[in-house]
Design a protein around this ligand. Structure first.
Ligand SMILES: Cc1ncc(C[n+]2csc(CCOP(=O)(O)OP(=O)(O)O)c2C)c(N)n1
Ligand SMILES: [Mg+2]
Length: 733
């Protein structure tokens, strides 16, 4: 039986003989000696020199073999202890993880914020027992106790990796396809910051981004979007290891996934490599990664063929994907790998020493980098100071002064137009602002005058052409944000944020302050019709925790919306903007937006009889209605953000919506949800239609005249009834 180490450069036809073709019994028999056992594999000429089996090398190989096997055991043990989780992928991916942490990556376990650390993304987040094991073993602040509390309340080892919970976890993964797409953003961030801050002799930023992903990530559409862009941008420092174990939850990947993944990635412009001995050959994995690093102009996908649950009696089957392997199997696993089956959570001394030495070497690398930084600071003080500021997350001093102001006398502007004017000003003073649109630049109006495109040859450019790839666009922004020193934004029509929802949700739960610019924010977009007209879109976003949505009514409110987005670096923000023109309102200010809702007009004398409230372009319609309701004492409220208003104290709320006064709301989006603030709602209860904006607005009742009719109806309704106080509820401040 021939064992062939293959680190094939470029696509090769499927092999007839490979380790993964070996019967499982053969793999088990060779288990202890197989991993990294250079004696067992034929190596190419190029590698012969490296593989000389002298005594020290043998010792080293045995030690590393032990390390890999212990990682398998520990991962299985963590899942067993929790009686919940996914042991299969960690056991299969252990050799890849060992090579990355043990041989390849630069990281400092004592400082997980070092900007030039290599980034690691576990895109198959269900395999997090592996990630936690590696973090523990290499000396991050993840203790053995933490591992024992896997998936338990208040632990730092949750069921899928969360960036803000566990030291060393770069991005939150679990929804398949997100992590690899974040990886594209992380690699773009590196390319951009390197081009911006590196100077002769000072490679301040030159890290790699490594991703491990599984079949699921390769199946998700988002990864195709992101990786297509990565190929276009020639992100040579992005290296993806694809765990080709041919198993997913339902069973064999043959059930639904028979494409040639490498050919697809080749067509994206990636270098593609194959390691068939992914269970057993650390050398092959290492060689492939070295080859990947040697190609600086293409991202690399390394297909690493492995056996899910390697070592378990259920290995190679879907039964080991997502359930503990069981006490007996775990005990046998330990025995077969030469560990004491009676011991749990005990790391062999040689394994501890090996990984700690690796951690210490990483810290030393970081120290050397810091020394370089000191010299850089002396030679390039301004650049260094700016990079330091950006790393800290602080915005440049005085940035707020750049925000433009408008008066009612100024020419009316669609809020997407005022957004462009604001972006123009902010981009000049905030160099960390980077972003772009999903092929709607002329509609989203997101390009500022001096913006240069981020392209393969111009990575210093700050304007990103995402192509029509909304989902990846948002995930890439998550990666850009997670890298640090950047404030990313991205744009499409509000309705098409539905395509990006998976990644927008991850921004929110990951505390990543991505700015989402959502134009064409209602049926007011007109002729494009119901396929493009958002109805439920904003409500979905409003319902997402830790996501701010703001729908400004005019240019001053747009400026305020940007200020809020920028001042909240751990909260993503959606700014919804109109296609159609909006007058500059009497009484609107940027500052008022922070309250979420505020009074634009109130009766000259006496308490109001009715409150009219709206957001965005509908505030304009309500202003027109007030002019037709001169016989009524009314209060007009602009409500750009529900979430911000909800945070206000009860006293403030009752000045905006006085108790006992009926409220009529108007928003050209779904009426759903407004009943929290209003007694009656002019909103959408169906999809829109294709016609000029004015006609669509008239058909669905978004006119001053209809507001007048509904206001009078509301007044009449409550003429002889008590008005329910909507804000007096125990769960509201
Ligand atoms: C977007 C998304 N859909 C579904 C799931 C549920 N899920 C978790 S793992 C998995 C199978 C993935 O297969 P693969 O990546 O090959 O993992 P392996 O079985 O090899 O560990 C599925 C469907 C998920 N986590 N994310
Ligand atoms: Mg799989």
């Amino acid at each position: 039986m021939e064992r062939v180490l293959q680190y094939n450069f470029g696509y090769l036809p499927p092999r007839t003989t490979s380790t993964s073709d070996l019967p499982l019994s053969a793999l088990l028999a060779n288990k202890r000696s197989a991993i990294g056992g250079n004696d067992q594999i034929k190596v190419s000429k190029k590698m012969k020199g490296e593989a000389k089996a002298d005594a020290r090398a043998d010792q080293q190989a045995a030690l590393e073999r032990n390390c890999v096997n212990y990682v398998r055991v520990l991962s299985a043990e963590i899942v067993q202890q929790a009686n919940s989780g996914h042991p299969g992928a960690p056991m299969g991916c252990a050799p890849m993880a060992h090579v990355l942490w043990g041989r390849v990556m630069s990281f400092d376990p004592l400082d997980d914020t070092w900007i030039n650390r290599d980034r690691f993304v576990l895109s198959n987040g269900h395999a997090c027992a592996l990630l936690y094991s590696m973090l523990h073993l290499t000396g991050y602040k993840v203790s053995m106790d933490d591992l024992k509390k896997f998936r338990q309340m208040n632990s730092i080892t949750p069921g899928h990796p969360e960036n803000h919970v566990t030291p060393g976890v770069e991005v939150s993964t679990g929804p398949l396809g997100q992590g690899i797409s974040n990886g594209v953003g992380l690699a773009m961030a590196e390319a951009h910051l390197a081009a911006t801050y590196n100077r002769d002799g000072f490679p301040m930023i030159d890290n790699y981004t490594y991703v491990i992903c599984g079949d699921g990530c390769m199946q998700e559409g988002i990864s195709s979007e992101a990786c297509s862009l990565a190929g276009h941008l020639r992100l040579g420092k992005l290296i993806v290891l694809y765990d080709d174990n041919k198993i997913q939850i339902d069973g064999s990947t043959d059930l639904a996934f028979t494409e040639d993944v490498l050919k697809r990635y080749e067509s994206y412009g990636w270098q593609t490599l194959t390691v068939v001995d992914g269970d057993t050959s650390l050398e092959a994995i290492t060689a492939a990664i070295m080859r990947a690093k040697a190609d600086s102009t293409r991202p690399t996908l390394i297909k690493v063929t492995t056996t899910i649950g390697f070592g378990s009696s259920k290995e190679g089957t879907h039964n080991v994907h997502g359930a503990p392997i069981g006490a007996t199997d775990l005990s046998n696993l330990k025995k077969s790998f030469g560990f004491n089956p009676d011991e749990s959570f005990v790391v062999p001394e040689d394994v501890t020493a090996h990984y700690h030495a690796i951690g210490a070497a990483g810290t030393a690398k970081h120290e050397a980098w810091k020394q370089m930084r000191a010299r850089y600071a002396a030679d390039h003080p301004q650049l260094n100071a700016e990079l330091l500021r950006r790393e800290s997350g602080a915005l440049p001093e005085g940035w707020r002064d750049a925000l433009p102001k408008w008066t009612p006398a100024d020419k009316a502007l669609a809020t997407r137009q005022s957004s462009q004017l604001v972006l123009n000003k902010l981009a000049e003073v905030i160099p960390e602002l980077v972003g772009g649109s999903a092929d709607l630049t002329p509609s989203n109006l997101t390009k500022w005058k001096s913006a240069e495109d981020f392209q393969a040859k111009t990575p210093q450019g700050r304007y990103i052409r995402f192509g029509v790839r909304e989902h990846a666009m948002a995930a890439i922004c998550n990666g850009l944000s997670a890298y640090g020193a950047l404030r990313p934004f991205c744009a499409t029509f509000l309705n098409f944020f539905g395509y990006a929802a998976g990644a927008v949700r991850v921004s929110a739960l990951s505390n990543l302050g991505v700015l989402y610019i959502a134009t064409h924010d209602s049926i007011g977009l007109g002729e494009d019709g119901p396929t493009h007209q958002p109805v439920e879109a904003l409500l979905n976003l409003r319902a997402t925790p830790n996501l701010l949505t703001i729908r400004p009514a005019d240019a001053n409110e747009v400026a305020g919306s940007y200020a809020i987005a920028l001042e909240n670096p751990t909260t993503p923000c959606v700014i919804a903007l109109s296609r159609q023109g909006c007058e500059h309102l009497e009484g609107s200010t940027a500052e008022a937006v922070t309250k979420g809702a505020y009074v634009l007009q109130s009766p000259a004398d006496g308490a109001p009889q009715i409150v009219l409230v709206g957001s965005g372009s509908e505030v304009q319609t309500l202003v027109a209605a007030t002019k037709k309701l001169t016989d009524v004492r009314l209060q007009l409220v602009s409500m750009p953000s529900w979430e911000l208003f909800d945070r206000q104290p009860r006293e403030y709320k009752s000045t905006v919506f006085p108790t006992g006064v009926p409220v009529l709301a108007m928003e050209a989006l779904t009426a759903e949800g407004w009943c929290k603030y209003a007694h009656s709602v002019i909103g959408m209860r169906s999809f829109g239609c294709s016609a000029p904006a004015k006609d669509v607005q008239a058909k669905f009742g978004f006119t001053p005249d209809n507001a007048v009719v509904k206001a009078r109806e509301l007044l009449a309704y409550y003429a002889d009834r008590p008005v329910p106080p909507l804000h007096e509820r125990p769960d509201m401040p």
